[in-house]
Design a protein around this ligand. Sequence first.
Ligand SMILES: [Zn+2]
Length: 70
Amino acid sequence: MKYKLDIPNHVDIDGYGDEVTYLLNLPYGFRFSDDVVHVRGYDTMAELRASVKIDVIPCDCPDCMRGLQK
Ligand SMILES: [Zn+2]
C-alpha cells in the first residue's frame, strides 16, 4: 500500500499571506518514516510534495489499526 497525495482531503493551509503552513494530515495506515507522527507542517507545497515521495510509509500503530477498523 502506497500513500497517494490527496490535497483536498489531506492538506490544510494554516495562516495567511506569506506566513502559511501547509499541514499534511495522513490518513489512517500511514505515517512519516522518522517518527510515529501522522501530521507534519511544511512551508511550501513543493516541500510537501517532495516529502510525500520519500517520508511517508505504511503505519500499523494502535491509532491507525483502530481507525482502519471503522
Ligand atoms: Zn499510525
